[in-house]
Design a protein around this ligand. Structure first.
Ligand code: NCD
Length: 331
């Protein structure tokens, strides 16, 4: 039986539309703009929870997702978000496109731009890929992850998730554990959470920290940045209000930066013993995909304090907010 779904319409938010038509990183967003996107995403989350939400806010808008790297949650959530807002969404995987015949990133983007696409959502293994494309196309470009550089929508959904879980995040302490060097999530999360007044405590093997980030330092070399590198996970998670566990990005590592993954898990993995050092009820986040049993134990990954599935749910709502804001100018 086919059921006709109720069509819920929501007035597009007109407040604090970001000044750029592209979302390439979080550096360009002010804390007010981040908060506005978080608030909008929360509205979408609630609408989706209470109704089978479908709107026509982006009717007539075409969105192409162009992924040069594997993805499950980011690509699907952009597609889901675009469709929930009434846009036409077309997914292009580099593996099945003419990229496989040697077509360059630029020529691929120009081809899609000529078809009249309104927004291009791009994931690429090279840092700067989305910035590069944005300089050559008429479409709005949304960075869905570029190399080890940035993953703005992940950072926004992480801010949303933490705020929904613990309330006011200003002054909260977030322990960030794992592969900082290769993680675009780490880079974007640090910037977004700092803009929102969160203190960040980092612990990582020295070989997986950017140059100059050593234990005991204020890693961003910015006075009062309140990003501190610790020698051990125990120190970093002690009294933390929340923990962000990062995936070991084995696909980006070229040198033998780790003696052994079992050793990594023993020294840097988040397990129940380490979680017990954080504040009572402190939640654990992970952007996914998880190397379960490596950077995060199974009991933590699927335990009562894990926000991993909440992050995925919020990811759809946040991408709806991002598409609404950044496609708003498209007429
Ligand atoms: C992240 C990514 O691809 O950067 N995953 C994601 O988008 N949820 C993190 C990762 O791959 O470790």
């Amino acid at each position: 039986m086919i059921t006709t779904l109720p069509k819920t319409s929501r007035q597009a938010s007109t407040a604090l539309i970001p000044s750029s038509r592209h979302l390439l990183d979080v550096d360009s967003l002010s804390s007010d703009q981040i908060q506005d996107l978080v608030d909008t995403a929360r509205e979408f989350r609630d609408l989706r929870a209470s109704t089978r939400y479908k709107s026509d806010i982006l009717r007539g808008t075409s969105i192409y997702t162009l992924f040069f790297e594997n993805s499950t949650r980011t690509r699907v959530s952009f597609e889901h978000a675009g469709k929930a807002l009434g846009a036409d969404v077309i997914n292009i995987s580099a593996a099945t496109s003419s990229v496989n015949k040697g077509e360059s990133l630029l020529n691929t983007a120009l081809t899609l731009d000529s078809m009249g696409v309104d927004a291009l959502v791009i994931r690429h293994a090279h840092s700067g890929a989305s910035h590069f494309v944005s300089r050559h196309v008429n479409a709005t470009v949304i960075n869905a992850g570029d190399g080890a550089h940035a993953h703005p929508t992940q950072a926004l959904l992480d801010v949303m998730t933490l705020e929904a879980e613990i309330g006011n995040i200003r002054g909260a302490k977030l322990a960030m554990i794992g592969d900082i060097l290769y993680s675009r999530v780490a880079r974007s999360d640090i910037i977004a959470f700092r803009k929102m007044g969160v203190e960040i405590s980092i612990a990582a093997p020295p070989t997986l920290l950017p140059n100059g980030w050593t234990a005991g330092t204020n890693s961003l070399n910015v006075p009062d940045s309140e990003v501190t590198v610790h020698e051990s996970v125990e120190d970093a998670v002690s009294d933390a209000d929340a923990i962000m566990c990062l995936r070991l990005q084995l696909e980006r590592q070229t040198a033998g930066l780790l003696p052994d993954v079992n050793e990594y898990s023993r020294v840097w993995g988040i397990n129940n013993q380490r979680l017990a050092l954080a504040k009572p009820d402190a939640p654990v986040m992970h952007p996914g995909p998880m190397n379960e049993g490596l950077e995060i134990s199974t009991e933590v990954a699927h335990g009562g304090r894990s926000l991993v599935t909440t992050q995925v749910q919020n990811g759809v709502a946040m991408r709806m907010a991002v598409l609404e804001h950044f496609c708003a100018a498209i007429g």
